[in-house]
Design a protein around this ligand. Structure first.
Ligand SMILES: [Zn+2]
Length: 82
């Protein structure tokens, strides 16, 4: 989950892992460690019609989540890192 100081919700002041409650390191609105930002929108043909779900996972909880997948996640090398 992300906590913002302002209503514009541009720069989080804190990012907390939804699974384990670890507070991740944030400097000037930028998360300074591994973080998975989940953002899922469900449309008309789902049971969550028109809802958006957002969550954050620390790197350790992300690894635990994908370890349970029947098909491994795809990996690609990123050319530009922030
Ligand atoms: Zn976690």
């Amino acid at each position: 989950m992300r906590i913002y100081a302002d209503d514009d919700r541009k720069e989080p002041v804190a990012v907390i892992c939804n699974r384990c409650k670890k507070e991740m390191r944030v400097e000037k609105g930028i998360v300074k460690e591994g973080c998975f930002c989940g953002d899922a929108r469900f449309g008309y043909f789902s049971n969550k019609d028109g809802m958006e779900y957002c969550f954050d996972l620390c790197e350790e909880c992300y690894d635990k989540m994908i370890a349970g997948f029947a098909i491994p996640v795809e990996k690609r090398e990123v050319e530009e890192l922030l």
